[in-house]
Write a protein that binds this ligand. Structure first.
Ligand SMILES: [Zn+2]
Length: 148
């Protein structure tokens, strides 16, 4: 598919850190978050530079639904977390549309439940998952998604 260059780079697979890139198809790519204090924090983003949810094509929208469920299943199987959170805010001006698909640990502290889970993106918290751990999980998810 011919795709206009993404001005912010997020939709551009060649510019994504390969060790965190988990999967992609014509419309979507999936990476492990670069800076999250929680293992199993995935970012699902359109490969086309789209800002608003309402601007997705019907084809992209169909893929969005399938990817959310596939990622939730893969996280459940790899991490034993039956529940996944899905959130999309995009509060940075002009932010490339993206969704957080987060493995919700069974033993998550009450103050981190629901929207509180975003506390794991705070400075200091981010150091709790090493780049090596993220890359290792990304490799396992990549293999699992490729097998299905
Ligand atoms: Zn973009």
């Amino acid at each position: 598919m011919e795709r206009a260059a993404c001005p912010c780079g997020r939709g551009d697979d060649e510019r994504l850190p390969s060790e965190f890139l988990i999967a992609h198809d014509d419309h979507w790519s999936v990476v492990h978050a670069y800076s999250s204090g929680l293992l199993g924090w995935l970012i699902l983003q359109p490969r086309r530079h789209v800002i608003h949810l309402a601007d997705l094509t019907d084809e992209e929208a169909a893929g969005l639904g399938v990817w959310q469920v596939r990622l939730a299943r893969a996280l459940a199987e790899e991490l034993g977390t039956p529940k996944a959170y899905v959130a999309g805010f995009g509060e940075s001006p002009g932010s490339h549309l993206h969704f957080h698909v987060v493995a919700r640990p069974a033993d998550l502290a009450q103050d981190r439940a629901g929207p509180g889970v975003f506390g794991f993106l705070a400075a200091g918290e981010r150091e709790k998952v090493s780049p090596a751990q993220r890359a290792e999980l990304a490799a396992r998810l990549r293999a699992r998604l490729a097998a299905h």
